[in-house]
Write a protein that binds this ligand. Sequence first.
Ligand code: GDP
Ligand code: MN
Length: 367
Amino acid sequence: MKLKEFEGKQLLASFEVSTSKGLVANSEQEAQEKTSQLECEQVAVKAQVLAGGRGKAGGIKLVNKSEAPETAKQMLGKEIKGERIEQILIEEKLEIEKEYYLSLTVNRAEKNVTLLFSEEGGVEIEELAKNSPEKIVRIAIGKEFDASNVERTLSTNKHAKQITEIARKMFKLMKAKDAELVEINPLAESKGELIAADAKIIIDDNALYRQQEFAPLKQRELSEPEKKAKQSDLNYVELDGDIAIIGNGAGLVMATLDIVQHFGGNPANFLDVGGGASFEQVQKAVEIVLDKKPKGIWINVFGGITRCDEVARGLANYKKEKRITVPIVVRLIGTNEAEGKKILEENGISTQDSMEECAKKIVELTR
Ligand code: GDP
Ligand code: MN
């Protein structure tokens, strides 16, 4: 789970890393109030989105303090890489003499934490990594942070000691908060000091059970259908095609995705209603997968604990209450199959028993 810049900076500050001074606002008025609390002439107005590369996308503006509320107003509500800007960070502008890059990443392949440092940080870091990888120093960090080794490796830099100290604090943060990435880019040299002018931190989702403070932030990464599915205890995953898939049990759902792809289709999403789904859950499932406006929907249920009549009732109810305008293909096999099929037939929905026939049909209907 990604943290926004201001959240990352708060965390860094709590581990005693110097960060730029700033305040968060979510309206023009709040921007006005917050700006007046800053003691400086010029400010950096920064869109708080999870996407990187905001500078290049117009999400970072350096302006006079008096212009900050207007600049914030213009940013709020706009989008950066499809993400709506809801918060603005207004900071005292730093005089930056040099921009360094410093990060710690969990390196799964090497089973360690890797420190990356470059003298040439800033918005072109990706290009640098591609075109001049030799300008990025890599240091493997073991279980403990070996400061003398890090300092020695960075010794060509006049700030080696200070950078090592910052890295040590980042490592401490990483361990304490289960971060998989702690990145400062740029680590700005300003009046002889090193200050985190940006922060990107990713918390390991698998650690959220013991990092409860971040659990509420997890919600915002979810799309509307993902939130609804979570509330209804349904397993929903978004994909980028146009055929919605509902099934029961992970194995069957995976096989359904594979066979759709095999016949040239592209799943929009899939939803696993699990075992023993009630007709209310099935209704909800149909509603959720249709949120993404797919071109068609395939419901593939193998009744065991799940009863086909219950599934049929859910689908029929949904159809009665809301119009379904896209083609539906249904395969319903197993417990109470005959009754399920009868319910569907009465509601004008036909079924097919063969996986292949279903896959071919839904691909054809959505082409
Ligand atoms: P990103 O593009 O999303 O990585 O956003 P950053 O926060 O890293 O800002 C991009 C660039 O804007 C930085 O590399 C700096 O060159 C510049 N910048 C950001 N904040 C300041 C600041 O306070 N003072 C100055 N002079 N430049 C800044
Ligand atoms: Mn940055």
